[in-house]
Design a protein around this ligand. Structure first.
Ligand code: XIL
Length: 300
């Protein structure tokens, strides 16, 4: 096939990109979006500080715009993200009472998941809950600090009740290297969830890489998580300077694992990237395909 989405579809996978609602009117941007990709992730529009900036007042407008556009172009949507310590409004992070926070968290999840019921391929229910470094434990956050370790399980159970057919993912960065303590911590959590019947369907590997691309163990990591009985997805791929080999290696790692169901790059053109200074994407500022584009297409 001649586009990323169509090529990925040949093996039953999707190839997606992060999308910003404010760019949908940019003709170069939307032309590439609708030609190349069969999945999208709202880059910021489904985050708590957009969806529920003040308590109980929900603003689905920007995300609805993305979901509507995607649906009309036959693109799947990843929901990103329900519970995250970042881009969290201060009215949430300043809560000091556990019961209040529990009801606020569950209301946010239920209202949001319910609004998009039937339209979302997979939700990143909890994002980046594990600490960097060697602890293998959760990071501090208002959720962790007030609700304890159980907040992740509670978020997944609440999301499942709201939309039983959406896939529910845990998503994180720096969990691609099998031997890292952070990877092991997430692995133990997923194994525990599967053992106890906590509803989890998938793990998202953000894959924000430096110039070297993925660690050598990335395919092993994907395979080991998949062996727990979850799908795995590459959810926010970008690679400093976009070397062809680094992109090809990342795609090959996914293609070699049958339960690796899709890949999402975190933006279209280098100028769209949150790491714009590193030119980490598949299209240049003019919207032209970079060498890494061809290496990805070939590896799919
Ligand atoms: C980034 C967006 O790309 C930026 O526009 C925003 O300013 C900050 O967040 N991990 C995630 C994504 O899960 O939501 C982040 O996206 C990048 C890191």
């Amino acid at each position: 096939a001649t586009t990323l989405g169509a090529q990925a579809a040949q093996s039953g996978r999707y190839f997606g990109t992060a999308v910003a609602a404010g760019k949908l009117g940019d003709a170069t941007y939307s032309t590439i979006l609708n030609r190349e990709f069969n999945a999208v992730t709202p880059e910021n529009e489904m985050k708590w500080d957009t969806i529920e900036r003040s308590r109980g007042s929900f603003n689905f407008g920007p995300a609805d715009q993305i979901v509507g556009q995607a649906t009309s172009h036959g693109q799947r949507v990843r929901g990103h993200t329900l519970v995250w310590h970042s881009q969290l409004p201060s009215w949430v992070s300043s809560i000091t009472d556990a019961n209040t926070l529990r009801s606020v968290m569950n209301n946010h999840i239920t209202t949001t998941v319910n609004h998009y019921k039937g339209k979302i391929l997979a939700w990143d229910v909890v994002n980046e809950a594990f600490a960097d470094g060697g602890s293998g434990q959760h990071r501090p956050s208002v959720f962790q600090n007030l609700l304890g370790n159980g907040f992740i399980e509670e978020a997944f159970r609440t999301a499942r009740s709201a939309d039983p057919s959406a896939k529910l993912c845990y998503n994180d960065y720096n969990i691609e290297n099998w031997s890292d303590a952070k990877t092991q911590g997430v692995y133990r959590m997923v194994r525990d969830f599967k053992t106890r019947g906590v509803p989890i369907d998938c793990v998202g590997f953000q894959a924000h890489f430096g110039t070297g691309g993925p660690p050598a163990s990335f395919q092993t990591t994907l395979a080991n998580f998949a062996a727990l009985g979850v799908d795995v997805q590459i959810t926010e791929l970008d690679i400093a300077q976009a070397p062809t080999a680094a992109y090809a290696n990342t795609v090959k790692a996914c293609m070699s694992v049958s339960r690796c169901t899709g890949i999402t790059v975190w933006g279209i053109r280098d100028s769209d990237s949150w790491r714009a200074g590193e030119n980490p994407l598949l299209f240049d500022r003019g919207g032209n395909k970079k060498p890494a584009y061809q290496s990805v297409l070939t590896a799919l």
